[in-house]
Design a protein around this ligand. Structure first.
Ligand code: 3HC
Length: 382
């Protein structure tokens, strides 16, 4: 196995700065690279905020926070940022054209020993690996937002990734205190986003179809499906630009995966990208971290069976296509999205028969993309 000592994170946005912090917290020296120092300044401010929260909650001491902070070196020069790096984690925006340019530049400067990992949320790993001179040493390492708090990292080998790289990635993920789940096939959305992204769109359809409010849906998602946040709240928190890009990518690979709701594009076109711009599905006051007020009373007004059905159907697809096991799905949703109840446990509460029936009803009204997956049809309650 390749012993990782020095790490370079490319891109200092929401994911990049968080990943750099996670690595620094595990004792690694990290170079955080972005194209402008003003972006790096903002990223380091966010790291400081996050560390101060962890100090406030007594997870670390102030002395540890200071040490962690100093393990992160901001750098604008790409060549310098790649010097002596064992592991490169790329977290630049989700645009294949941009990634192509980044990997062409990286290939010029990266040392022979450097392994490449992409934090892409949906782009095909095999295709990105092919842009580089080392496809056998290229892998997907997908962290979840906020990386400082979410314990999951999906590991996605491309078709050419060698076992040595997979082993190094597994070892690295555990060394940074995270839990890996192996996504056996390079499918659109991997595991979590295959369930999360279509759910955002489905919730937008439910607003019209069921004539309910956003807070009723969100409260039901929180109190009846065990999510820590409502689904619109989570979409705003993730960033609607991120959701939109992931949607476009997944839809371009297979139109059956996700049925894009026009509201997301409208919000993105108006630059209402969620919490970070002060407006998305909800409005925000501009604080670093804001929550929507969701209540059990509001939850009582809505039955989210369509949302349970659509998430379970996508999870079932992953299982019946041998992308991962049912245990992997439950682990990924628990650690990557903070679910307090297993998805299939929720399906059992709603009744497997009712869920399958709901999908059949939706298929007859809205199209065959809702047809229940074979795994769900033959699912036996415990
Ligand atoms: N670092 C340190 N502390 C942080 C933090 C960070 N980055 N972000 C938030 N916190 C703090 C909050 O400020 C809050 O502190 P406070 O008590 O002083 O106000 C504290 O953490 C806990 O927050 P909450 O009281 O709001 O409690 P929760 O129990 O809900 O935990 C959460 C917050 C962990 C974010 C939880 O709501 C959660 O798990 N949400 C779901 C997140 C999720 O689904 N992520 C995945 C999205 S999909 C993705 O990333 C993939 C991509 O490819 C699209």
């Amino acid at each position: 196995m390749h012993l990782v000592k020095k790490i370079t994170v490319l891109g200092s946005g929401i994911m990049g700065h968080g990943i750099a912090q996670v690595c620094a917290m595990a004792g690694y020296n990290v170079t955080l690279r972005d194209i402008e120092s003003s972006l790096l300044d903002k990223a380091l401010e966010k790291v400081k905020w996050s560390l101060s929260k962890l100090v406030e909650k007594q997870k670390i001491t102030q002395i540890e926070a200071d040490r962690i902070f100093h393990r992160i070196t901001p750098e604008v020069d790409l060549e310098l940022s790649l010097r002596d790096t064992d592991l490169l984690i790329e977290a630049v925006p989700e645009d294949l054209g941009l990634k192509k340019k980044v990997y062409t530049d990286v290939d010029k400067f990266a040392e022979e020993k450097t392994l490449y990992a992409s934090n892409t949320s949906t782009l095909p790993i095999t295709e990105m690996a092919a842009l580089t001179g080392r496809p056998e040493r290229f892998i997907g390492l997908h962290f979840f937002n906020p990386p400082q708090l979410m314990r999951l990292v999906e590991i996605i080998p491309g078709r050419g990734t060698n076992q040595h790289t997979i082993n190094t990635a597994l070892d690295f993920v555990m060394r940074v205190g995270k839990e890996p789940v192996l996504c056996r096939k390079d499918v659109a959305g991997f595991i979590v986003n295959r369930i999360f992204i279509p759910l955002v769109h489905e919730a937008a359809y439910c607003l019209e179809r069921d004539g309910v409010s956003m807070t009723q849906i969100d409260s039901a998602v929180k109190y009846k499906m065990g999510f820590p946040m409502g689904i619109f709240e989570l979409a705003d928190y993730t960033g609607l630009d991120v959701i939109f890009k992931a949607t476009s990518e997944m839809y371009s690979r297979d139109t059956r995966i996700v049925h894009p709701h026009p509201k997301i594009k409208e919000l993105v076109d108006a630059q209402n990208l969620g919490q970070k711009t002060g407006k998305g599905f909800y409005e925000y006051s501009g604080n670093t971290y804001e929550r929507v007020n969701l209540t059990p009373e509001e939850a009582a007004k809505y039955n989210p069976i369509s949302l349970v059905a659509v998430s379970a159907n996508n999870a079932a697809w992953l299982i019946s296509n041998n992308v991962c096991t049912k245990e992997d799905v439950d682990k990924a949703l628990r650690l990557g999205m903070g679910l307090k109840k297993d998805l299939f446990g929720t399906v059992e509460i709603f009744g497997v028969g009712n869920v399958v029936e709901k999908l059949r009803e939706m298929a007859s009204k809205y199209g065959s993309r809702y047809d229940p997956d074979v795994y769900l049809q033959s699912y036996k309650s415990k």
